[in-house]
Ligand binder design. Sequence first.
Ligand code: ADP
Ligand code: ZN
Ligand code: ZN
Length: 748
Amino acid sequence: MEQTLYADVVIDISHEALDKIFQYRVPLSLRETVTPGVRVCVPFGKGNRETEGYVVAIGREPDYDPDKIKEILRVVEGSLSVESQLIQVADFLKKQYGSSMIAALRTVMPVKNQVKHREEITIFLSLEKEEAEALLTQWERKHYVARARFLKRLLEEGAMSKEEAVKECKLPVKELRKLESDGRIRIEKRIIYRDPFAHLQKKETAVCLNEEQQTIVDDFQKRYEAGEQNTYLLYGVTGSGKTEVYLALIEQVLKKEKQAIVLIPEISLTYQTVRRFYERFGNRIAVIHSRMSMGEKSDACERIRQGDADVVIGARSALFAPTKDLGLIIIDEEHDGAYKSDTSPKYHARETAIFRAGLAGASVVLGSATPSVESFYKAQKGEYILWTMKKRAGNALLPSVQIEDLREEFRRGNRSIFSESLRQKMQERLEKKEQIMLFLNRRGFAGFVSCRNCGTVIKCPHCDVSLTYHRNGSLRCHYCGYETAFTRQCPVCKSPHVAAFGLGTEKVEAALYQEFPGVRVIRMDMDTTRRKNAHQQMLQAFSAGEADILLGTQMIVKGHDYPNVTLVGILAADLSLHGQDFRSGERTFQLLCQAAGRAGRGDKKGEVVIQTYSPDHYAITTAAEHSYDAFYEQEYAYRNLMGYPPCAHLLVILIQCAEESQAVLTVMRIQKMIEQSQESGDDGVQILNPGQAAISKLKDVYRKVLYLKHADAEKLLNLKSRLEPVLEKHPLFAGVQIQFDFDPMNLY
Ligand code: ADP
Ligand code: ZN
Ligand code: ZN
């Protein structure tokens, strides 16, 4: 006899009710059809009222007495609703990345409309003109002043808002209701959606696509018309006009009455970027980002659900927008690390988009000037269709790049932050009134603080990370915010030689004022952009020419066009190069290319200076040559040799516990479980470096980690599915937080 299956069913599919899950038995006849996402009819409550709900999970274990579990009545036929699709996406997140179903459902379900909509209430006259005039005469005679004033105005204007009636004509709301019930007026309500971009105007000026762009758009059209469903990788150098391609692709999808979702990394989701979409599609756009209020967010979702908006633009989570008839998902800057969620389920937007598109019959376009090694690998294998754009649109030239060896500068006695060559070029630009961008991959005044006598690094007492020196004389932890006063005396050897190392934006700013008296600098880092809109305002000020130099961290390298910037300086390319992370080469290459791409966006040719202590590292030399292909070749060889993604896959098990001994025990137990299951199943899963976490303590919680490696992703996912129920239920693991991460973006 086959084992009984049970289905978890949610009745009220809203964010708030997700934890109210009811278990039902799956009748034998429905075993094949009842899967997550399917809509079912069930007996509900005391009276067994027939109620519809959604299946969110299937299991074999009854949660309570099996005799008391009711049975699903039938499957509700009909088209696959958005909710069904999103539940299936949640099921995918759970299986692929490891998380509870509730956490996965919370991730995909839009927030409920708890916030009241603003309504616009309009009053219309229901009476014929003669009738109304007769009534007016009658009211005037009886000295019904307010009523007469109201009716006179309504006769003249045909309609008025409720505010006008109440505030200006001084007609009480009670009277309005009476007039309505007497059939003399009609009151209409319309919801006004909060739309922070509503003031932008649609423009009718589509650019004429160049040949490279047109070829791509034609290829898409041909395949789209033929009903093909593909993932495309649009690899186009910075400034090649990828956004224009996106706009043209969206237009085709809209023509077929389908919707499009465009993902942009949160940090690039600025007024400038959104404006280009508004100018093409006007109010058919809905924007979703994390700085929106709950009300704005739920309004945006409502407009999407109603079909009032058919182009959704947003950061990672916009992927779950409730579009009924999705035709296309675009992921701009697909290599960006922000597409990976850092809370459980730790999903990657790229893989999730491909899954969601599969359900909806939609295509996916991934765009980047520096594609992720993963995506390029898939394009090479033919899994994605590769589109290439090698020229800058409008034929602006790529900047020339020069590498400056800082070791050489040091030997020559240059103790400045700026190499002689960079200093000279800056001087020239300042004289010519052209602008400069300086990029530093660090924040704060200096890097870590250590003792020059014994080498002790001063660390946060709550986290296993070094503290950072700030100019006000304090040491801060960037993870938990711990702050303490800087002292020269070493806590270990008691020598007075503790000092700050490294380079930070504040220090560079100070050096700029010293070397170039009178220079105007805008410094952008986490500290100066904390205020809402600060980021935006600083970029606008720079764009308006209010400063000569824009100095900043990562946040300045993202897609802004400054035609007057002719020099970009990368002060210390090494800062991101020497992480222990297998992606650090890739990340450095991407940052350098992006930073370099900021130079020479206008008519004037741009120059880039990369300062580094590792002038021969391939991530730096290939970025200087603008050669993605050369970079990819080397990086692929390295990943292949080491067995890192995409050549093999990694599954991370992160164990967190306030008790160190329990964390250690847990790692050992899990390791043993894996080894035992290996012996029986012979999966060949390799356990790397057991127990070591790069950060071993964070906010007083101990962290242990297991890295599992296998060439076949399925093997790892199967192992995870086998472990998960044991880890969730077994009392040995109570009080320990266990998280999974599949193909991580950072090491733990
Ligand atoms: P990317 O997203 O690839 O970095 P953009 O789409 O931002 O590039 O385009 C870079 C610049 O080139 C923009 O100012 C854009 O208006 C312009 N541009 C793009 N396509 C064309 C075209 N076909 N003709 C003229 N200018 C174009
Ligand atoms: Zn010391
Ligand atoms: Zn800390």
